[in-house]
Every structure is written in structure tokens, then in C-alpha cells.
Ligand binder design. Structure first.
Ligand code: MLT
Length: 246
């Protein structure tokens, strides 16, 4: 039986970032929830634990007991919170461009400053500030359509949702102590050009879990699934095929 998949989106995007992946696994039950304050979901909860509760409720509503959880960046942070609450709901984890550790002091201050600015000015400035960090060198020079897609997603985000998510990410706990308790297959994939959560962060996840595998995605930065969907989908497809054979 093919396992269902739950796709968890990055900040400050929404579930539509997973369109390429969802169509590649259309033979399965696929859930791609918007976190509160993104896409179709109004801003509400303000912690990653509450985001995890929303995902678990969506799984309940869809009758999905256990799933392969795929989380990119903030989606990965939420996957860690789901694991902390309900490890029984995760059959396997495909993490991308994320980290298990918390923000450092400078990072926490930057989140608070950004949340304050978004509440004051809206999100118009955010795409320009984020794109150099979230897209790799190759995408920025060779894939104008991807740059445009990300710009449009960021510019369309709800300021209050963005501000709350920034503070939720700032306050997320350290997930590193959980890693050794992840008794299911884990892939940590990362764009080779990711400077926000560089490959060493994914390697640290792999080193910490009992059954981990590291996957590098050439030609991609932090938003690897959007930048290199073919390579990303190949890595995800290989992981799913391995799980189906178990
Ligand atoms: C994301 O892509 O979800 C964010 O870059 C995560 C973060 O800012 O830590």
C-alpha cells in the first residue's frame, strides 16, 4: 500500500509551492495544508506547535492515520513539532533545506525586527530582502520564471500571518534532542547552493537519526523543490519507492 504524503510549506510561501511535487505523486493520498496566515487559511495560531495541531487536524479530517511527511525549511520545523507531539503519525520524514537547532540570539532579534517591520509596512519590501538568500545563484541568474514565482508568492502573503510565523519560528524549541528518537527512515535533502540552511545542517540531521540519508540537490538553493523540481522529485520518488518495498 502506498503511504499518504503530507507536504509542509516554507516561509512565507503557501501550499501552492508543492504543485510540481503533488502532481508527481498524484497516485497517492496527498495533503498540502496551508499554515495559519498563509494561502487560504486566515492568521490565527502563533506558535509552531499550533501549526502542528492544524496539520494533525487536517490529517484527522482526511482519515490519514500515518503519512510520509515532507517539510521544507519552516515546513521541516513544523514536522519536528508534529514528531514531538505525535510520533505515531509519521511513517517517514523527507526534510529539505531545514535545520534541527534553534535560532541564535542574532537570528531571534532579526525575526523580531522583521515582524515589527512587516506589521508597520506590510510585505512589499520582503521579497527583495529575501530572494538573494532563498534562491541559489543558478536560479537567480538562469531561471527568471522561478524568481518571479517566488516574488509573487512572497508579495501576496498576509502581513499578519507573516509576522506571526516569524515570531513562531523565533520561539521554536531545539529539535536536536528528538533526532535519536526518530525510529523511521529520514532523508535530509538540501540544495547545494543553500546558504540559509547549508548542507552541513542537513548532514547534522542525518548524523543524529538512526536511519538517515543525505541527498544533495545540485543547481538549487534554499527553495530546492521550486528551483530544481526534477531533481527534487527524483529524490523524493526514490525515497517513496524504498518505503513501498519495506
Ligand atoms: C523558510 O524557507 O521556511 C525560512 O527561510 C525558514 C527560516 O527563516 O528559518
Amino acid at each position: 500500500m502506498s503511504l499518504p504524503i503530507v507536504f509542509l510549506h516554507a516561509f512565507p510561501l503557501d501550499a501552492s509551492m508543492w504543485l510540481d511535487q503533488a502532481s508527481a505523486v498524484a497516485d497517492r493520498t496527498v495533503l498540502a495544508p496551508d499554515f495559519p496566515g498563509f494561502g487560504s487559511r486566515p492568521a490565527g495560531p502563533s506558535s509552531l506547535d499550533e501549526f502542528a495541531d492544524v496539520v494533525l487536524a487536517d490529517m484527522d479530517a482526511a482519515g490519514v492515520e500515518r503519512a510520509v511527511v515532507v517539510g521544507l525549511s519552516m515546513g521541516g520545523y513544523v514536522a519536528f513539532r508534529i514528531h514531538a507531539k505525535r510520533p505515531d503519525r509519521i511513517a517517514a520524514l523527507f526534510l529539505a533545506d531545514t535545520r534541527a537547532g534553534p535560532d541564535d540570539e542574532a537570528g531571534r532579534k532579526r525575526r523580531a525586527d522583521q515582524a515589527e517591520r512587516v506589521r508597520r509596512e506590510g510585505v512589499a519590501w520582503l521579497a527583495g530582502a529575501m530572494i538573494p538568500g532563498v534562491l541559489g545563484e543558478t536560479t537567480r541568474s538562469e531561471r527568471p520564471e522561478v524568481v518571479e514565482r517566488v516574488r509573487s508568492l512572497v508579495s501576496g502573503a498576509d502581513p499578519e500571518g507573516v509576522a506571526r510565523a516569524l515570531l513562531a519560528m523565533r520561539d521554536r524549541p531545539d529539535s536536536r534532542p528528538q533526532l535519536e528518537r526518530m525510529d523511521f527512515p529520514v532523508v535530509a535533502a538540501v540544495g547545494e547552493e543553500d546558504t540559509l540552511t547549508p548542507p552541513a545542517e542537513s548532514q547534522a540531521i542525518v548524523d543524529g537519526v538512526p536511519q538517515g540519508r543525505f541527498v544533495a540537490i545540485p543547481g538549487a538553493g534554499h527553495l530546492s523543490s521550486l528551483e530544481e523540481p526534477t531533481r527534487f522529485n527524483a529524490a523524493l520518488g526514490a525515497f517513496l519507492a524504498r518505503l513501498d518495498r519495506r
